[in-house]
Structures are given as C-alpha cells and as structure tokens.
Design a protein around this ligand. Structure first.
Ligand code: NAD
Length: 453
C-alpha cells in the first residue's frame, strides 16, 4: 500500500519504518527540515534499538522516503497517517495545534479515496472533528479512522511488530478492512485486531496510559509507606506480585514516571473528565503523587548532607526517563538536577544515550562524563535515576575506590541492601530502610531466599 506518514517523530518514524519493512511504500513528511535532512543522509535522529538499521535497509530498498513537502508525501497515498505531536497545553489539556495545521494543509492534496488515520493521541471526539473539518475543506466525504499507538520507547520496534493488540476506531467496513490488511503481518490469534468506534479507540489509548501510570504512582505511594513503617517494598512487591490478580508489571518502585506520554495523557484525561462534569480524582492524585515522587531521592540527599551540601560533588547516573531511550522529556533526573544546582552542588552526569540531550538543556552548568565510572571520580556520592542494565552490573569495589566516600542514592532499587552492607556502603533506596545510617534498624538477612520476581 502507498502510505503517507505526517509527522516523523518517535511514533511516525517507527510506524513508517515498520510499515515499509512489511512491504509498503511509505513517505514520511515533517516540517522539521533539519530532521528530514538528517534522515535523507541516513542519520536517525533518535536512539531506539533496531530502528536505524530498519530505516537504512528500507531506504536502500526504495520503500521508505523522506520529504518536507506534504503534497509530495500525500500524492497517490491510499492511507494518510497523522502522527504529529499533541503536547500538553498550558491548562493541561492536549494541544492540537499541529494536528489542525496538518488537516488544513492536507485537504488541498488528499486523494479522493484515501483514508486519513489519526495515530497521534488525541482527546475523545477529535476523529469526528477531523472528519467534519476535512468534509468542510474538501467539500466531499472523507474516510477518517483512529489507530492509537501503544509502543514503548526503548522497545518500539518489538512492540510495533508484535503488538499485544491493534486498536482501530472506524465508521465503515472498508476502513476496517483496509487497516486489518495493513496490519496483517503483525497479527496472530493472540494478538488481535480490535475494531471499535473512534471514540472508544481514542479513549482506549488514554485509559491504558492512565492505568499504567496509576500502577506506578500506587506502588510509589506504598513504597513511601513501607519506608515509614520499616517494611521493605521489594519484599511486599514479591508478596503481592505472585497473586495472579495483581502481577508484577508496572509495580516497580522508583522516582516516578516521565516521558512524553504518561504525564501529559493523565492530565489530558483528567481535563476531559472535568469538561464532562466529573472530577477525575484518581487521575489528579496519580499525577500529584508522581510529581512528589520525583523529589524523593533529592530529599534523601538533602537530609543526608544537611547544611553541608554546598560545594559538594555528586555523580548522577541515568538522565533518560527510562532505559533504552535518549528521551529526557519530564525525566525525574531533571527535577534532581534543578534542585541540586540551586543548592550549589557540582554534578557530574552520565547516561549511556541521553548525555547529548541533557547537554543541549544545561550546557556548561554540568560536567559530562563519557563513562559511568568516570562520573564517580572524587565525587561525594552517587545518585541513580534510570535503571540502565549497565548500572546493575557494577564492580562495587571499583565504585567505592573512585568515590570520595561510599555513598549511593538509588532511585531504582538496583541493588540489594545486604550486598551494599557487605561492601560497606551507605545506601539509600526507595521504600526500604537505608543501610549504614545510624538509628535505622538493619532489615532481616533474608534477601537470598526471596530473590525471585
Ligand atoms: P514527536 O514530538 O517525537 O514527533 C512529532 C513530529 O511531528 C515532530 O517531528 C514534528 O516536527 C512533527 N510535526 C509537527 N507539526 C507538523 C506538521 N505541521 N507537519 C508535519 N510534521 C509536523 O512526537 P511522538 O513522540 O512521535 O508522538 C506523536 C504522537 O504519538 C503524540 O500524540 C503522542 O502522544 C503519541 N504517542 C507517542 C508515543 C511515544 O512513546 N513517544 C507512544 C504512543 C503514542
């Protein structure tokens, strides 16, 4: 099929590359000239495992093209995907400026039988409005469908090609059939194609993100409670996770969720609830708990050093909002960096992929290490914000030798308290008693028999 992908960001590029890889002819269009120039030169502007290889391969096979010209992209397209950003507006709702500007531009070039598919996450009712707007502008009926995207950054290619399900919101059998055909290479009996109304499809995306965010805020609130009550959230997590009604997914304590989706989608859904006369209480609470959670590790740092924080040097591992991505949008690390810079702390930061993005934001306010170990040299302690796997497998004696004092603030519970005690660290984590801090009871030494899960 001939596909135009409008918006060549995270979702547009991954979707375009995967559709090209399954044999379609895809043209990706974006208003960002620098991005399109890079892609045309064969450079992929974001880090995502497997994406660069897939893009290059499909460009070589002449199935994937890039342009800044909407008319060129849309000419003869059977399907026009809209994958532009829908960031948060100042009131917390979704800003649809980019979407409406594309719709206005699209109307002049849209082939009469093309199906316009909204992949961007948009408030409920937007697909119906896109349909109305295109009808006004083209003076004819245009087919519009919703196809929300559920991929995760860091595993985007796998998520797209092996989706748990594909959701489409359609008004006609034809749209449903065309989209099912397009997705056929990725479907299996246990990976169904779910056709529903556009409103239900739009809601499905928000409800999924809201539930996942709720699980994260819930376990973080329980972690804070565990800490106050001298419990251990990792033990509690194991205790609940084997309950088949509960499970382990998205119930790992940490320093809060970030990224370009969860924060804005939870707030946008709360706005929608309020517009419809509901309070959206759970959604507001989830957002508030998350905002507070981003401060928890820095609170521990401030408490540990007391009045003696000014002029200290801390190593910071992990800047991306999660592993396997260079995305720092709404990353918990940003909250830590801002607070510690304000307190006059020198920060030596390292992330396997996100250093460049952080440098673009903070310039020479930070020191940038090119390896995790280099960040530690002569630092007064280490703070960890992201659970990159290379941080899990460290030589503790090397870490200790490089730091001025053996002190770790772990926002992702990467290490076992026992292990830290054996290596002589002072160790703070989330939802567990600190190690090596006077007045705090050492948890019972039973970690070795309760490791699973
Ligand atoms: P992004 O910011 O990475 O990319 C958006 C792209 O659209 C940018 O390259 C931008 O230049 C381009 N654009 C803006 N206006 C344009 C115009 N008029 N014409 C052409 N291009 C234009 O955003 P993203 O992360 O890819 O997200 C896109 C949508 O998908 C959002 O609604 C988001 O909520 C949703 N989504 C994102 C993810 C994710 O993990 N990033 C997952 C699922 C859904």
């Amino acid at each position: 099929m001939k596909i135009a992908m409008v918006g060549t960001g995270y979702v547009g590029l991954v979707t375009g590359a995967c559709f090209a890889n399954s044999g379609n002819d895809v043209t990706c269009v974006d208003i960002d000239k620098a991005k399109i120039e890079k892609l045309t030169r064969g450079e992929v502007p974001i880090f995502e495992p497997g994406l660069a290889e897939m893009v290059l391969q499909n460009v070589e096979m002449d199935r994937l093209h890039f342009t800044t010209d909407l008319a060129v992209a849309v000419a003869n397209a059977e399907i026009v995907y809209l994958a532009v950003g829908t960031p948060q507006a100042s009131d917390g709702s979704a800003d649809l400026g980019a979407l409406w500007s594309v719709v206005a531009g699209l109307a002049r070039h849209l082939p009469p039988t093309a199906i316009t598919v909204v992949k961007s996450t948009v408030p409920v009712g937007t697909n119906a409005k896109v349909y109305e707007r295109l009808r006004e502008l083209t003076d004819r009926d245009c087919e519009v469908a919703s196809n929300p995207e559920f991929l995760k950054e860091g595993a985007a290619i796998d998520d797209f090609t092996e989706p748990d399900r594909v959701v489409v919101g359609v008004r006609s059998r034809r749209a449903s059939e065309v989209l099912e055909e397009l997705y056929r290479p990725f479907l299996q009996p246990d990976r169904p194609f779910l056709a529903m109304s556009p409103e239900s499809a739009e809601l499905t995306k928000y409800v999924a993100n809201a539930l996942l965010s709720t699980k994260i805020s819930f376990i973080n609130e329980m972690a804070n409670l565990c800490e106050r009550m001298e419990g251990d959230i990792n033990e509690v997590r194991r205790g609940i996770g084997y309950d088949q009604r509960i499970g382990f997914a998205f119930l790992a304590p940490g320093v809060g969720y970030g990224g370009s989706c969860f924060p804005k989608d939870v707030r946008a859904l709360a706005c929608m609830a309020e517009e419809h006369g509901l309070k959206g209480q759970i959604l507001r609470a989830v957002d508030e708990v998350n905002s507070l959670q981003k401060h928890v590790l820095t609170d521990k740092i401030e408490q540990h050093f007391g009045d003696d924080l000014l002029g200290r040097t801390l190593a910071v591992w992990g800047l991306a909002f999660k592993p396997q991505t260079d995305d720092i949008r709404e990353a918990p690390a940003l909250v830590m960096i801002d607070r510690l810079l304000e307190r006059g702390v020198n920060l030596r930061v390292f992330d396997p992929e996100a250093n460049a993005n952080i440098r673009a934001l903070y310039g020479d306010k930070l020191q940038y290490a090119s390896t995790a170990l280099e960040a530690l040299n002569d630092a007064d302690g280490l703070a960890i914000n992201t659970e990159w796997s290379e941080f899990r497998q460290v030589e503790f004696e090397t870490v200790k030798a490089r730091l001025k004092s053996p002190l770790i603030f772990d926002g992702r519970n990467l290490y076992e308290p026992d292990q830290m005690r054996r290596h002589g660290f002072v160790y703070y984590s989330i939802g567990r008693l600190p190690v090596g801090v006077r007045g705090k009871r050492a948890p019972a030494d039973c970690a070795s028999v309760t490791q699973n899960g």
